[in-house]
Design a protein around this ligand. Structure first.
Ligand SMILES: *Cc1c(COP(=O)(O)O)cnc(C)c1O
Length: 358
């Protein structure tokens, strides 16, 4: 069923060769088709269409280039062992897209229409969903402001586009703890800013710190709050959890933290298993304190790309903290096994998270 505007389909006449399934990487290869829909103040969202994957042409004055009025989403389609194709909680992505749009003064895209577009595109390119342990199809919906006017005002014209990329397992040899640099100079977001929106500028603003951390041998940056550099926000493009003395903690959503769908699912699973979990303000000092006292049992990041990413080491102002001897913790492992088990249809889906594409 199609929500409000019919999706027209133009199939490619020149399908591309598919990449080797054991060397997919992340966001390198793209499928044969893409979805596009236009917005104008007069017509609203209109002309929903699936077309062959192709470059887009924009006026150089398009507002997105100058003022960054743009938002994006990220979700995955999985192929199950018995050949079904399923999406993980696509409604959550489309609801978050509406919130990001709202923060960036972009008109909302109806949730049902967004889900329908993702399903239709996944369906047409389903041969692109790779087989093989940990492989999946990454789906990237995004919105750009296209009106060619340099005045600083919300655009009157937009395009909503969806592209898809077959991706490999984030950790080909299974999950592996990463080293994280606690950033004390640069900040990612502030209360009142756009940290809770999935918008381009947040990522551009983080590149400098990420580059510096990479040079020092760290995979990602742990962001502290913008005002005092004391409180934990998130890790790169993942939310972050700490297990201290039997309880799992994660920073509460304060407006500058991205409301991750893997974060939300992790909290639900922990509650389902009766593992104590708490959302609250967490200072870096108390994490180090717990670490020094031997009470910090595990740390892990959550996000669509890696699902669960254990943290083996932190470096804060030169002080290194090794977590769980640098090994993957029990709860991290259990979350990874269960979340991926649900996503690949290997085990029961107690919350009806998976949505089949037919
Ligand atoms: C996308 C993202 C996350 C994780 O969100 P998921 O919905 O779990 O993929 C966390 N932090 C940031 C900054 C993000 O962009």
């Amino acid at each position: 069923m199609i929500a409000s505007t019919p999706i027209t389909i133009e199939r490619t006449t020149t399908p591309k060769a598919k990449p080797p399934q054991d060397k997919l990487g992340f966001g390198i290869h793209f499928t044969d088709h893409m979805f596009i829909m236009n917005y104008s103040s007069e017509q609203g969202w209109h002309q929903a269409r699936i077309v062959p994957y192709q470059p887009i042409t924009l006026d150089p004055a398009a507002k997105v280039f100058h003022y960054g009025q743009t938002v994006f989403e990220g979700l995955k389609a999985y192929r199950t062992e018995d050949g079904r194709v399923q999406l993980f909680r696509p409604d959550m992505n489309m609801k978050r897209l509406i919130r990001s749009n709202d923060r960036m003064s972009i008109p909302p895209i109806p949730v049902e229409l967004g889900i329908e577009a993702v399903k239709a595109l996944t369906n047409i390119d389903q041969e692109w969903i790779p087989d093989g342990e940990g492989n999946s199809l990454y789906i990237r919906p995004f919105v750009i402001a296209t009106e060619p006017l340099l005045g600083v005002h919300p655009s009157h014209e937009y395009q909503f586009i969806i592209i898809m990329s077959p991706v490999g397992a984030y950790y080909p040899e299974g999950i592996n703890p990463v080293k994280i640099f606690v950033e004390s100079r640069y900040v990612r977001a502030m209360i009142g800013g756009v940290g809770e929106a999935k918008t381009a500028g947040n990522y551009a603003a983080g590149l400098k710190a990420q580059e510096a951390a990479n040079e020092k041998g760290y995979t990602q940056v742990l962001w502290l709050d913008g005002a005092e550099h004391k409180y934990i926000e998130e890790v790169g493009s993942m939310n972050v959890f700490f297990k201290i003395d039997g309880t799992v903690y994660t920073p509460s959503l304060n407006g500058s933290i991205l409301d991750g769908i893997t974060r939300n699912s992790t909290i639900q699973l922990l509650k389902h298993w009766n593992i104590p979990v708490e959302e609250r303000v967490l200072s870096i000092e108390e994490i180090y304190e717990a670490g020094r006292n031997g009470k910090l049992e595990e740390a892990f990041g959550t996000g669509t790309a890696a699902v669960i990413s254990p943290v083996g080491e932190l470096n804060w102002l030169g002080e290194k903290l090794i977590i769980n001897g640098g090994a993957t913790g029990e709860v991290s492992e259990k979350l990874y096994t269960n979340l991926t088990g649900i996503q690949y249809g290997k085990q029961e889906d107690p919350f009806n998270w998976m949505v089949e594409v037919k």
